[in-house]
Design a protein around this ligand. Structure first.
Ligand SMILES: NC(=O)c1ccc[n+]([C@@H]2O[C@H](COP(=O)([O-])OP(=O)(O)OC[C@H]3O[C@@H](n4cnc5c(N)ncnc54)[C@H](O)[C@@H]3O)[C@@H](O)[C@H]2O)c1
Length: 269
């Protein structure tokens, strides 16, 4: 019997896929049958991720995309359709975290965090919907998955601009899901909310805590994050990729405008 969760025959574009959660999403979607475009500003890392997928027998290509640049988005999605004949899955994963209190945050920094974490999701989603809707260049509907955070659900100290942007991703996702559903576009739009996940971004946060003297060692920083949760371990990129795979697949055909928390119980308390 065919497995319920697969993405065979689908074309997926994953942003911020040169490392961390994005790289795991790209590899997982490819392993489950999708042709995957690995998009990132990090060319070396992105090419390595695409190369590893191909050497495992999957289908992947790297495309350079700065998610804050509207013109690059247009040319990238068009290049995806030229190369693979359509676009079925967009994973808006690229993001940055800047740990500063409100009083430490400049307007320029606030705008940068919103540009990379929220404006990018707006531009990418608009490009994808234009393509995926009936009559668009791809025209066969699709699934858009936006990476928010537990920081898009609850407040966190030192993350005012990040929480604002990620909270924006959460409600933007719902509003687009409503529009696409009502318009009969065949496009589902959902958000995923990771908790502490062991990626280069997370490791940098541990290092920042140590260097600022908030903790004595990386181990103490890890314990600090672990103590926030119910489950006694830090999440792995693969844990988030599993949720993304499910939402990308037709097993999630009745799910839109919903939020999926993958956080080891952090927000359950
Ligand atoms: N790691 C966590 O604990 C955690 C928790 C909650 C949410 N998230 C979210 O998950 C997503 C992935 O996080 P991660 O931990 O894997 O991050 P990461 O920093 O490890 O990797 C992010 C990737 O995005 C790319 N990127 C950054 N700016 C870009 C731009 N302008 N255009 C294109 N690519 C760009 C980077 O080059 C990098 O490859 C982010 O949206 C993040 O906010 C992560």
């Amino acid at each position: 019997m065919e497995p319920l969760i697969h993405v065979r025959g689908k074309v997926a574009l994953v942003t911020g896929a040169a490392k961390g959660i994005g790289a795991a999403c790209a590899a997982t979607l490819a392993r489950h049958g999708a042709s995957v475009v690995v998009a990132d500003i990090d060319e070396q890392g992105g090419r390595a991720v695409a190369g590893a997928i191909v050497s495992e027998g999957g289908i992947a290509a790297f495309m350079r995309l700065d998610v804050t640049d509207e013109a690059q988005w247009q040319s990238t999605v068009n290049a995806v359709v030229d190369r693979y004949g359509g676009l079925d899955v967009l994973v808006n994963n690229a993001g940055i975290a800047v740990v500063h209190t409100l009083l430490e945050t400049s307007l320029a920094e606030w705008r940068r965090v919103h540009a990379v974490n929220l404006d990018s999701v707006f531009i990418g989603t608009r490009c994808a919907v234009e393509l995926m809707r009936p009559g668009g260049r791809s025209g066969r509907g699709g699934s858009i998955i936006n990476l928010s955070s537990v920081g898009g659900l609850i407040g966190a100290e030192g993350l005012t601009s990040y929480c604002s942007a990620k909270g924006g991703v959460r409600l933007f996702t719902k509003a687009v899901a409503v529009e696409c559903g009502r318009a009969g576009y065949g496009i589902r739009v959902n958000s995923v909310h990771p908790g502490n996940t062991d990626t280069p971004m997370f490791r940098q946060e541990l290092e920042d805590m140590r260097s600022k003297g908030a903790v004595a060692s990386t181990e103490e920083a890890l314990k600090f994050y672990m103590d926030m949760q119910v489950l006694p371990e830090i999440g792995q990129p693969q844990d988030i990729a599993a949720m993304v795979l499910f939402l990308a697949s037709d097993a999630a055909r009745f799910i839109t405008g919903a939020e999926f928390v993958v956080d080891g119980g952090l927000t359950a308390q």
